[in-house]
Design a protein around this ligand. Structure first.
Ligand code: NAD
Length: 487
């Protein structure tokens, strides 16, 4: 395979890096400086079709490769990811803007899915019952689906592709990745490392691009299943389009996550967790806590401490030691976040801390914003802002906090901060979110559990990662057997 020039973005089709010639492109920025660092080719339906053909050609050979050999390849891939850990971390920081610690956390979480998928011989096990009738046995086997596709967002350019690719290829599928056009570099490096690990040509393919490439995936008859991660409107579009074309689809969507604080919470630790949940990665996480629901008398103290700690955050590039609040992904997104803060003010929220005009001139930075006295009737209390803006809602009791939370159309994550087991139980039994945190601000499940948004945060049946992920990328055959020549 030919070497790529640094930061050259190409499609990977059937083991070859495609020449980018002639295609339209979209600029990739370093969010910390605003400089253009690469150009993403916007692939056409023809590019996608070639990738699908290559993936389908590679499928029979890969599906017939013993699962132990596929697992061994994943072990080699895991070793290469470890070897290139810092390089991948820095690539994430470069194209996404998040700080090195967050970027390292992202790469680590991605590697954990590869480790999970290394157990594919066990994960692929079917079930059996002998003697379901006299001399008759019933067995189920798991089979891969064929060529599958994944469409991923900008906010975790390394981890989100790794949520599905090791599981899908470990189970014997061939795979086409359509990374975010805003952050294509990490995915490309994953492609190079997979080739270095010895993955046969055509098993992993990359088709860069935007809307046209996505719509091509939804309509292409050669793709069996689509995994999508991104915003709610696009998730709905992908779910409807993919299922209308007979595909299996999982679409992980947007969020508006509450963090409930009970009066007995350990306040200093709670505030520390909330600051990192709300402002870490510039608030561009689907698990970011974006609304604090303060119960009873805790509110005034809590707001004062949140304000003090948020105001002390160092705004700066992710590559610089000590930066705590890093840039958002694009200037247009920064404008959108500013408009939400304006809107919150118009709706009657109190702007306790105003981050609209950050201290840095270059790059797409915002300062931390804290809005108090937000209610469920305000758009800032209900819509996903996806920036460093934290809203505070004040309620009288836990039931009020649960009622506020359940008024959200989203159901990705929700956290409670308390030392009361009874409050935690009431919270767990009644709150409408699929990932729950108890004194944990970012309720991220480990690789062996599903990434489990519900309500408008998810369209589909089987989630990504964990055993759900294995089921999503496989189908069963159930065999019933008897032998006439037996006794
Ligand atoms: P996005 O929806 O803009 O883009 C996601 C993907 O869809 C990209 O690959 C993009 O090229 C493609 N796309 C964008 N617009 C399209 C259109 N009109 N038609 C077809 N395809 C289109 O999302 P984003 O801004 O990259 O990522 C942020 C969003 O992702 C947030 O809403 C966040 O909550 C969500 N997210 C959710 C999870 C989760 O697990 N639920 C995880 C990470 C991010």
């Amino acid at each position: 395979m030919q070497e790529l020039r640094e930061r050259e973005v190409r499609n990977l089709i059937g083991g070859e890096w495609d020449p980018a010639d002639g295609r339209e492109t979209e600029p990739v920025y370093d969010p910390a400086t605003g400089e253009v660092i690469a150009e993403t080719p916007l692939s056409t339906a023809g590019d996608l079709d070639r990738a699908v053909r290559k993936a389908r050609e590679a499928f029979p050979g890969w599906a017939a490769t013993p699962v132990t050999e596929r697992a061994r390849l994943l072990f080699r891939f895991k070793m290469l990811l470890e070897e290139h850990f810092e390089e991948l971390r820095d690539l994430v920081t470069l194209e996404n803007g998040k700080d090195r610690n967050d970027a390292a956390g992202e790469v680590r979480r991605g590697i954990e899915v590869v480790e999970f998928a290394c157990g594919m011989p066990t994960l692929m096990m079917g079930e059996s019952v002998r003697d379901v009738a006299r001399g008759i046995d019933n067995v189920s086997y798991r089979f891969p689906l064929g060529a599958v596709a994944a469409i991923t967002p900008f906010n975790f350019p390394c981890m989100v592709p790794l949520w599905t690719l090791p599981v899908a290829i470990g189970a014997g599928n061939t795979y086409i990745l359509k990374p975010s056009e805003r952050t294509p570099l990490s995915a490309q490096r994953l492609g190079e490392l997979l080739s270095e690990a010895g993955l046969p040509e055509g098993v992993f393919n990359i088709v860069n691009g935007a809307r046209e490439a996505v719509d091509g995936i939804l309509e292409h008859p050669g793709i069996e299943a689509v995994s999508f991660v991104g915003s709610k409107p696009v998730a709905e579009h992908v779910y409807k389009g993919g299922t209308a074309h007979g595909k299996r689809v999982q679409a992980l969507a947007g969020a508006k996550n509450s963090m409930i604080v009970m009066p007995d919470a350990v306040l200093d630790k709670t505030v520390e967790n909330m600051i990192s949940s709300a402002y870490g990665n510039a608030g561009e996480r689907c698990l970011a806590g974006s609304v604090v629901v303060a119960v009873g008398e805790v509110a005034d103290d809590l707001v004062a401490k949140l304000r003090e700690q948020a105001a002390a955050m160092k705004v700066g590039p992710g590559s610089e030691e000590g930066s705590e609040l890093t840039p958002v992904i694009r200037d247009s997104h920064r404008q959108k976040v500013r408009q939400y803060i304006d809107l919150g003010e118009e709706e009657g929220a109190e702007v306790v801390l105003d981050g609209r005009e950050p201290p840095l001139e270059k790059g797409f930075f915002l300062g931390p914003t804290l809005l108090d006295h937000v209610t469920g009737d305000m758009r800032v209390g209900r819509e996903e802002i996806f920036g460093p803006v934290l809203s505070v809602v004040r309620v009288d009791d836990l039931d009020g906090a649960i009622e506020f939370t359940n008024g959200s159309p989203f159901g990705n994550a929700c956290s409670i901060f308390t030392e009361s087991g009874a409050a935690v139980r009431r919270f767990r039994e009644n709150v409408g979110a699929g990932m729950l945190g108890v004194n944990v601000g970012v309720a991220a499940p480990m690789a062996f559990f599903p990434f489990n948004g519900i309500k408008d945060s998810f369209c589909g049946d089987l989630h990504a990662t964990g055993k759900d992920g294995v089921r999503f990328f496989t189908e069963n055959k159930v065999e019933i057997t008897r032998w006439f020549s037996g006794p």
